[in-house]
Every structure is written in structure tokens, then in C-alpha cells.
Write a protein that binds this ligand. Structure first.
Ligand SMILES: [Cu+2]
Length: 162
């Protein structure tokens, strides 16, 4: 009995490790200090779908220190942040039906988390993507680089797309 319990325990442990090691699932944390805990996320091209979970590890309310996680081309970030500001709090600081937004979570407050799943079919390896928070003023600090594909093959700058 004890042995079978031990085997079960090991199996659960392995399952837990496997889940954590899935490169297509990403956990990012945000804080009361207006920070993401990661500045760079890399997802391999093998992922047909990516799942990003944003956790707010702070205590402040969504109204006081709410965060979201938004993914877009690096070159679209500023415009989306401005459009989000114009959309206002009632729309979660996100412009509606904005084709430039690849993925976005709703805004979360302390102790909350939100998950977004998206297909990678619209992502191009080598293109520079950014993730950021659209709460007013946050994106100046709360931003990072999102890499899709083999990081060694990524180009530094995003070439103009006409
Ligand atoms: Cu934020």
C-alpha cells in the first residue's frame, strides 16, 4: 500500500514537472510595484497554440493597480497603448476589435489571475513582438520582448513592411 502510494506520488510529481516544462504554456507575474517579473518571453515555433497566464501577486485592487498582458508587434505597441487609454477603464484600457492586438488578458487585481490562449498561425518567426500592460502609464515600465521561434535566428530590428 505504501509502495503504491509512493509510486502515485512520483507519478504526480512527474506530471507536475511535465506541465511546468511545457514551453507553450507561460506564466508571468505582475506586482503592486507596477512590474512584470519577466522582460522576455520565448515560445518555440513548434507551439501551435500558446497559453499565457498573468498572475497578479500583489494586494492592490484592479482599480488601483490593475494589470493586463497584451501581445502585439513591437511597432504597434505605442498606438495600442494610446488607443487603450482612449477606450478607458470601462473597456479595460483596450481598444475594441483592434486587429493589431494578437492576444490580451483582461485586467487583474491583486491575488487574481487571467489566462489567454491564442494560435500562433498569425505569428512570424523573426518578427519583433512586444508584450505590455495597457493600464494608464504602465507600459513605460511594464513591457517586454516576445520571441517566437529560435532566438538565434531573430533579427534585431523590424524591417519596414511598406
Ligand atoms: Cu500594469
Amino acid at each position: 500500500m505504501i509502495t503504491s502510494l509512493r509510486i502515485l506520488g512520483v507519478c504526480l510529481l512527474l506530471l507536475g514537472r511535465a506541465a511546468l516544462a511545457d514551453p507553450c504554456k507561460v506564466l508571468i507575474e505582475s506586482t503592486d510595484q507596477m512590474r512584470f517579473n519577466l522582460h522576455e518571453l520565448t515560445v518555440p515555433v513548434e507551439c501551435g497554440e500558446v497559453e499565457v497566464t498573468l498572475k497578479h501577486s500583489g494586494k492592490l485592487s484592479a482599480k488601483a493597480m490593475g494589470h493586463d498582458w497584451v501581445l502585439a508587434k513591437d511597432s504597434d505597441m505605442s498606438a495600442i497603448v494610446n488607443a487603450g487609454l482612449a477606450a478607458g477603464a470601462t473597456h479595460g484600457y483596450l481598444p475594441e476589435h483592434d486587429q493589431r492586438i494578437i492576444a490580451a488578458t483582461p485586467i487583474v487585481g491583486g491575488g487574481e489571475s487571467a489566462t489567454v490562449k491564442f494560435a500562433t498561425s498569425g505569428l512570424q518567426p523573426g518578427t519583433r513582438y512586444a508584450f505590455f500592460c495597457t493600464s494608464p502609464g504602465h507600459a513605460t515600465i511594464m513591457r517586454g520582448t516576445f520571441k517566437f521561434g529560435d532566438s538565434s535566428r531573430l533579427v534585431r530590428a523590424n524591417p519596414p513592411t511598406g
